[in-house]
Design a protein around this ligand. Structure first.
Ligand SMILES: *Cc1c(COP(=O)(O)O)cnc(C)c1O
Length: 425
């Protein structure tokens, strides 16, 4: 766990997978049923990291991570939305980033090291990482984002955390940012000076905390729907979220089936149908956080099914949803339930609807994971229902903070100089 957290990628360049996914007994599940979200989170974290982190510290770290609610909202008798957007950056990436930050901080302190997290971001991951690591001892974050290519809210989220979080505004595009980060990771001079790590979605310590909300929801639903296992519809891009759900099911939590909901970037949907994985160049859609042509967690997901697409198909159904259907789903849910969902959530909702049409006659509660607050994608909401989304307080606070970023060119020297001088910052 420690190595996998601090290094991110295995030495051979592959992804770390848990050597064994721990299992919960029926008795343990019964006890957890009446526990809080944080009780469930602690029980899972303990199975993965309990040998490496003293339990009182682990419990405190969990409480520091999840200071916000994870509501399970009821849209109809058998359809729920699990709102994962009540963290500081209003998107579900807060779950992974906050846990990763605290694990990294703990392991770094143990080794008396300063870990420098280097991230290229086009928006959402970077802001969750910035706010996740903010104020965590023995860590600091350097974020690279493309100048003029992120929304104003995103830029505020990236550049206002301060303290141990440094934002670099790069005169270039996202690919330039990624190239610069890659270059730093292979720069042997830099390796001598700094302990660099990445915080991308393949880090196992980002994945484990995402199993918490599947586990928690499945236990809540078991009390209401005895004997009927819930189905989770997961709006997917890099497939980290879905992989975490599959892990929760392997741990023994009462989960029936998954829907891998995608937009036009449908390489996994096609794999589930045809058994061939053919990543394609990324297509731009309305649900930008899911625009991933070659999902990096797919290898790990496939590993859990021994590379057998038919076995994967028993647990997971794929559904690709168009932008037009996404808008229509936002509209119809608003009209029938008065509930406003962001476009990513709407992809999950539409995928669940389609699955139910194609597989009639079954009874089970369906849960759509809501991955972002609608205010983050208010243009789409305006297009769909002609309404403004009220701005939550967390966001007004962030919008009022002062931007603090260092502008750099897209050549490596400037980044290298900045990193070399970090200790003087
Ligand atoms: C990152 C993100 C996704 C995709 O999650 P993956 O774990 O990459 O599949 C979906 N919705 C939103 C809002 C996101 O930020």
């Amino acid at each position: 766990m420690k190595r996998a957290t601090l290094e991110g990628l295995a030495p051979d360049g592959g992804l770390y997978v848990p050597s064994e996914v721990p299992r919960f007994s029926e008795e343990e599940l019964g006890l957890l049923e009446s526990g809080s979200f944080n009780n469930v989170a602690f029980a899972i974290a303990k199975k993965f990291a309990g040998e490496e982190i003293p339990l009182d510290i682990l419990s405190r770290l969990i409480d520091e991570c999840f200071t916000f609610e994870t509501p399970l909202k009821e849209l109809s008798a058998d359809t729920f939305v699990e709102e994962l957007f009540h963290g500081p950056t209003l998107a579900f990436k807060d779950y992974g980033a906050r846990f990763l930050a605290r694990m990294t901080g703990f392991f770094a302190a143990e080794d008396q090291k300063m870990i420098t997290v280097l991230v290229a971001t086009s928006g959402d991951t970077g802001s969750a990482v910035a706010y996740g690591f903010h104020g965590i001892p023995n860590t600091r974050v350097v974020l690279l984002y493309p100048s003029g290519k992120v929304s104003r809210l995103q830029e505020q989220q990236l550049t206002t955390a301060g303290d141990n979080v440094f934002a670099l505004e790069v005169k270039g595009d996202f690919d330039d940012c990624q190239r610069l980060v890659k270059q730093a990771f292979v720069d042997s001079d830099m390796k001598q000076k700094l302990t660099l790590t990445s915080a991308n979605s393949i880090n196992i310590s980002r994945l484990i905390p995402q199993s918490f909300y599947y586990a928690w929801a499945s236990l809540q639903l078991r009390k209401r729907f005895p004997g009927k296992l819930p189905l989770f519809s997961v709006p997917s891009g890099n497939y980290g979220n879905l992989t975490a759900g599959v892990m929760a099911k392997m741990m023994g939590f009462p989960i029936g089936h998954f829907i891998a909901a995608s937009n036009a970037n449908d390489s996994v949907t096609r794999y589930l149908e045809e058994g061939r994985f053919e990543p394609k160049p990324t297509v731009t859609t309305m649900t930008t956080a899911m625009d991933v042509g070659n999902p990096s967690n797919f290898a790990r997901l496939r590993h859990f099914f021994d590379g057998d697409f038919r076995r994967m198909g028993v647990e997971i159904s794929g559904a690709a949803v168009s932008d037009a259907e996404t808008l229509e789903a936002i509209r119809s849910v608003y009209n029938s339930c008065g509930y406003v969902m962001d476009p990513h959530t709407a992809v999950g909702y539409r995928a669940l609807e389609r699955y139910r049409q194609e597989n009639p006659g079954q009874e089970y509660p369906g849960v759509v994971l809501s991955t972002a607050h609608p205010v983050k994608f208010d243009d789409a909401i305006m297009t769909a229902i002609g309404k403004e989304v009220p701005i939550p307080v967390e966001m007004t606070e962030i919008m009022e903070k002062k931007k603090n970023a260092t502008l750099i060119g897209n050549g490596y020297e400037e980044l290298a100089r900045f990193l070399s001088n970090l200790d003087q910052q």
